[in-house]
Design a protein around this ligand. Sequence first.
Ligand SMILES: Cc1cc2nc3c(=O)[nH]c(=O)nc-3n(C[C@H](O)[C@H](O)[C@H](O)COP(=O)(O)OP(=O)(O)OC[C@H]3O[C@@H](n4cnc5c(N)ncnc54)[C@H](O)[C@@H]3O)c2cc1C
Length: 485
Amino acid sequence: MAKDRALSLSHALGNKTVVPGSSPYNESLASYWSVQEENVYPNCVVLPESAEDVSIAVSVLGGSGGYDRTGRWHSPGEGCQFAVRSGGHTPWAGAANIEEGVTIDLSNLNQVTVSPNRSTVTIGPGNSWYDVYDVVVPQGLATGGGRVAIVGVGGLVLGGGVSFFSPRKGFVCDMVERFEVVLASGEIVQATSDSHRDLWLALKGGSNNFGVVTAIEQRVFEQGDFWGGFIGFDESTFPAQFEAFEALTGSPDYDPYASLIHNLVFNTTTRAWSAASNFEYTKPEAYPPFFDNFTSLPTTFNTTRISNLTDFTVELSASNPIGRRQLFVTGTYGNSAKMLEAIYLISNQTVHEMDAVPNLAFSLSFQPEPTIIQAASAAAGGNSLGLSVEDGPLFNFLLTMTWDTEADDEFVNQQGRDLYNQAEQKASELGVQKKYIYLNYAAPWQEPIKGYGEEIVAQLQAVSRKYDPEGVFQKLVPGGFKLFD
Ligand SMILES: Cc1cc2nc3c(=O)[nH]c(=O)nc-3n(C[C@H](O)[C@H](O)[C@H](O)COP(=O)(O)OP(=O)(O)OC[C@H]3O[C@@H](n4cnc5c(N)ncnc54)[C@H](O)[C@@H]3O)c2cc1C
């Protein structure tokens, strides 16, 4: 079936459908971030150049049939399994690629256009955030987006998205005014707060469950250079840092310009932990007092400077190279220094059991989620993440493991899972367990959509039934996190 549909696609879309052995096919696979995603081999890759091309592809693959732009009729049929891919940064195999099916690779949907009145930017989902900042920053503008230049646009926005500006503006999805979406029927709709509002809200966290997003129009705002960079600390400062993190995250006067990625890294050669924390303050003010509890501690290195958004995201890209085996596991907990310490202690035990894994890189990232993020989301019209100010200050933890050989996959994954289970147990003991799981960091066995809460899951399911009554994006797009699991 997949081969028949691939043939229909190549009739309909000509050389925008590429097959194994061709250079564009190989380039598409080689541009996935993780080796696990790169090693998934679809029967063909479709490289649409417009929403109309995506519409043809979805009509053919979804089995709804229809005329292509050459006037050729494609009969309705059973359809065939496919994947939707923007930047391809989800680490796990099959999230945005598919073995033996068809992968729609949106990388040629790469427009970045600032509106004439400088209020929004329209972004093709196939861009990296570098491409976006490269256009808006020279115009004295910014928008919410990835903090690592190479990361893709489409997946990040549809899963929520955390940016340097989140305390000021909410999640990245909260900045979206309009999604252009190709529905399962092939129809192209514009979802805004006024038109298809239910779809607009559902896409803010609902990932690939409703259609293929072919353009995203986001608000922009005036933004000049600001202060940021990495500061290094050694392990002896960890207890003071956990206290500083709790005080910052829970501050009733959280400074909206402050954002932090507190990274703890285990060096497998020296067998020592250290912190490489990324501080950003989105004003041109060095060492703002809000970070004093961290910056007054003894440091080991420091790259902080006043610079621009693009530069800071390029700096973060250096520590996230493409082409290795990768695992993300994530949790969200109530703000607590004790919980940070517990995750660190569990991780220390875990990593010491992993000596046999060659070239292992092991790190933890803690990110504050102060309540002003939730307040900003509500002010922007809401989203589908299921978070509210009443949840109180939270923090996100992301475990990242990177390694070289397939033979270690099972062991590394199991260690990640065990670590998470122990963290959940500890969170329950400390009374800081939360149902929310950040979709964009989730491992395939986690259930981020369930974590949005029953009411939102029911709303998302209703939106799916309305816009995709045959369940094309549930049954034929198995990658990612589904609504009816
Ligand atoms: C190095 C690195 C840095 C990161 N930094 C950040 C960060 O600063 N902030 C943050 O919030 N997250 C960050 N993330 C996580 C990131 O948000 C996710 O990896 C996200 O999925 C990346 O988007 P993508 O377009 O590359 O996703 P892809 O892997 O291409 O897709 C992810 C999922 O979304 C679906 N999808 C993608 N595009 C579309 C579309 N147009 N229409 C419908 N469905 C679609 C896919 O089918 C897939 O299931 C980072 C990840 C990495 C690897």
